[in-house]
Design a protein around this ligand. Structure first.
Ligand SMILES: *Cc1c(COP(=O)(O)O)cnc(C)c1O
Length: 386
């Protein structure tokens, strides 16, 4: 059984639990994204909400990716990290006035607008500044992402985006709202999508919607197809890098573009998930009546995905080569949902062993909380621990 590469000697000096980011994996991932995107002349914006660890962000910014933000805080963090505002897009169903003003003041590439009232408010706030706000319409394409229902966003039952039935009303508004400019359309159908036919379905729907805009004589500079590309949580050592070539090829093959139109992507998980692990220690091995529990010092305050989405994370005992046994892997928090996995096969473990909870680079550290008055986990990189 192959295991991940970890600087275990350095780990012994660090208080667990903590996040560890392998920047070699991140850099290789980014090299492949850049290569494959360039082949197709695609623009990639990193979805900031997946991870804003400053060292991780710096590597992503150096690779030249833009930023996809869903809050004013993320817009600020992207610009502070050195991302050019001309590569920043800003989505979200509930943008506050200060957040819209922040985007306007920084002349970001565009607001991805999710409702008619939002269009009106951006127009009003832009007028007050004597500016023109660039907007893309986030359209809810009613395409299923075949993923967990909590991370499906492109169905009419979801709160996101403008519904297809409202399109004509929205198109009619643009000549009236003088301080906004329509530059594109935007979609994001969900996350952890591994079934590529979902993206193909999205392309078909985008083409239909484009035809609608063309019939109404509306020209769009850009098409933003969002993010959502999934990663392999079961086998992070065998599949550390998602198949970006196949992913971009779907859009290359199926999107019908107009001359000079640019295509934009917003990838989060696929960029950062596999470079991160949550490193934890076994506090106790407890023999229950029917099963054994490995009680870790990490819990859902450090990594909430299993508790929130029943998400699976591969785990390995990086201190033990003993024969495997089955454990329920649990945290110390006073909630039964504080369980990373049941009946998980792990090398025989003892108090003090280090457990790497893998594929935790996306939606991990950033979702940490202080529930039970626990400390927030710290993030370390492979560059720091060399
Ligand atoms: C979360 C989000 C993304 C990124 O999704 P991933 O599954 O991490 O790639 C992209 N765009 C929008 C609008 C989002 O909300």
């Amino acid at each position: 059984m192959i295991k991940g590469k970890f600087p275990i000697n350095k780990f012994s000096e660090i208080q667990t639990p903590f996040y560890y980011y392998d920047l070699d994996i991140l850099r290789t991932t980014l090299d492949i994204i850049k290569l494959q995107a360039k082949k197709n002349d695609f623009h990639v914006h990193y979805a900031m909400k997946a991870n804003v660890n400053p060292s991780v962000l710096a590597v992503i910014k150096d690779a030249g990716l833009g930023a996809d933000c869903v809050s004013g805080g993320e817009v600020e963090a992207a610009i502070k990290a050195g991302v050019s505002p001309s590569k920043v897009v800003f989505a979200g169903v509930g943008k506050a006035d200060w957040e819209i003003n922040l985007g306007l003041d920084n002349d970001i590439l565009c607001f991805n607008v999710e409702s008619i009232p939002e269009l009106e408010v951006i127009n009003e706030l832009a007028a007050a500044k004597g500016k023109i706000g660039s907007v893309a319409l986030r359209i809810n394409p009613n395409v299923s992402a075949h993923t967990h229902h909590y991370i499906t966003t492109g169905l009419t039952e979801n709160k996101f985006g403008i519904n297809m039935s409202e399109l004509d009303e929205v198109i009619d508004l643009f000549p009236v709202l003088a301080n906004i400019k329509l530059i594109g359309i935007h979609f994001h159908i969900g996350s952890q999508i591994t079934d590529m036919t979902s993206f193909q379905g999205l392309c078909m729907r985008v083409n239909e919607i484009q035809d609608h805009f063309l019939a109404r004589k509306v020209k769009l500079e850009h098409i933003n197809v969002g993010g959502g590309l999934g990663i392999n949580y079961e086998h992070p050592n065998h599949f550390p890098i998602p198949d970006f070539e196949a992913y971009f090829k779907i859009f290359h093959d199926h999107l019908v573009l107009q001359p000079q139109q640019t295509v934009h992507f917003e990838l989060g998980r696929a960029v950062v998930a596999q470079c991160g692990s949550l490193i934890s220690r076994v506090l106790f091995i407890k023999q229950g009546t029917s099963k054994k529990f490995a009680i870790l010092d990490a819990g859902f305050t450090d990594l909430i995905r299993p508790a929130l989405y029943q998400a699976y994370h591969y785990m390995e005992n990086i201190s033990s080569e003993l024969p495997a046994e089955k454990y329920d892997m649990v945290g110390p928090i006073c909630e039964s949902s504080d369980t990373f996995a049941k009946d998980f096969t792990l090398n025989q473990s003892k108090r003090g062993d280090l457990i790497a909870i893998r594929s935790a680079g996306a939606y991990g550290e950033i979702m940490a909380s202080q529930y039970n008055l626990r400390n927030l986990p710290v993030g370390y990189t492979s560059d720091e621990l060399k």
